[in-house]
Write a protein that binds this ligand. Structure first.
Ligand SMILES: Nc1ncnc2c1ncn2[C@@H]1O[C@H](COP(=O)(O)OP(=O)(O)OP(=O)(O)O)[C@@H](O)[C@H]1O
Length: 238
C-alpha cells in the first residue's frame, strides 16, 4: 500500500535548515492498522503531510498504491489524495455553516445522484450512532459527535488509506475510547489501511502495530518553534 525510501524533509527557518525527517525505509501493507507515537515536534504530522502529498519531501520516494507520489505535480497529488485518502484531524474541521449531512456531502462524488447520496449519508450516520443528527449544525453537536461526522466525511468515499492526526486529541477519555474503536472497526470492516498519529496511549494500545516515530526516523532530536535553539538539533548517522 505504502512504500517509503530515503525520505528526508527539512524546514528552513531564519536561514537555517532544520532536519525533521530522515527515514531510510518504511512499508505499510494493505489493510494494516498502525499507530505512530513519539514526542512533540518529532515529525509525526509532517510524515502524514508527506504521505498525503500535502507537503513534498526534499529527497526520497513515496509510493502510494504503486503510484510515485514524489514524482507528481501538485494537481496530480490532489487528485490522488481525493481518490485514495481519507483524512481525520484533531479539530474536526467541519464547516460551521453547514449541517452534519452537508458537511459529509461536500466530500462525496458529485456524479452520484442526489438521492443516492442522501441514502448513503443516512446509512453512515446510523452506523456511527448519529441517526437523527443529519440536520444539526456542528455547534449543536458535542465534540465526540463532531468527530463522528468528520470520520464519516473521511470514509464515505471508501478510500483505501485513512490517515488520522490526533483524532482523539481534544476529547475526554471515554469519548476518545469510543472514537478509537470506531475508527478501527470501520476501517477493519472495509479492509482499509489506517495510520494514526497519536499521543493517546490508550488508543495506540488498541492498534495491532504501534510504532514510535524514532524507530523510523534517523533525526534524533528536533527543534521546537521558535526554531534555531542551540543544541536541539542533530542528525544521527544511524
Ligand atoms: N511548515 C513548517 N515550517 C517550519 N517548521 C515546521 C513546519 N511544520 C512543522 N515544522 C517543525 O517541524 C517539527 C515537527 O513538527 P510536526 O508537527 O511534524 O511534529 P509532531 O511530532 O507532529 O508534533 P506534535 O506531537 O506536537 O503535534 C517541529 O519542530 C515544527 O516546529
Amino acid at each position: 500500500m505504502l512504500q517509503i525510501s530515503g525520505l528526508s524533509k527539512s524546514f528552513r527557518i531564519d536561514g537555517r535548515s532544520l532536519p525533521i525527517l530522515d527515514i531510510p525505509s518504511w512499508q505499510v501493507e494493505k489493510g494494516e492498522k498502525v499507530a505512530i507515537t513519539g514526542p512533540s515536534g518529532s515529525g509525526k504530522s509532517t510524515l502524514l503531510h508527506l504521505i498525503s502529498g500535502i507537503a513534498v519531501p526534499d529527497k526520497g520516494e513515496i509510493y502510494l498504491e504503486g503510484q510515485p507520489l514524489h514524482q507528481m505535480t501538485e494537481s496530480q497529488r490532489d487528485r490522488l489524495r481525493s481518490r485514495s485518502i481519507g483524512y481525520v484531524l484533531q479539530d474536526f474541521h467541519l464547516i460551521p455553516s453547514l449541517t452534519a449531512s452537508q458537511n459529509i456531502e461536500i466530500a462525496m462524488n458529485a456524479s452520484m445522484p442526489a438521492k443516492q447520496r442522501k441514502t448513503l449519508i443516512s446509512e453512515w450516520l446510523e452506523r456511527v450512532g448519529l441517526p437523527d443528527r443529519a440536520k444539526h449544525m456542528p455547534s449543536q453537536l458535542s465534540r465526540g459527535q463532531q468527530q463522528r461526522v468528520a470520520i464519516v466525511r473521511a470514509l464515505v468515499n471508501n478510500p483505501p488509506l485513512v490517515l488520522a492526526d490526533e483524532p482523539t486529541g481534544s476529547l475526554d477519555w471515554e469519548t476518545a475510547d469510543e472514537i478509537s474503536r470506531l475508527l478501527l472497526d470501520l476501517s477493519s470492516s472495509r479492509q482499509q489501511t489506517l495510520i494514526v498519529v497519536t499521543h493517546d496511549l490508550n488508543m495506540a494500545e488498541r492498534f495491532p502495530k504501534c510504532l514510535d516515530i524514532r524507530e523510523l526516523n534517523r533525526v534524533r532530536k528536533h527543534a521546537e518553534h521558535p526554531a534555531g535553539r542551540e543544541g536541539v538539533q542533530e542528525v544521527s548517522n544511524g
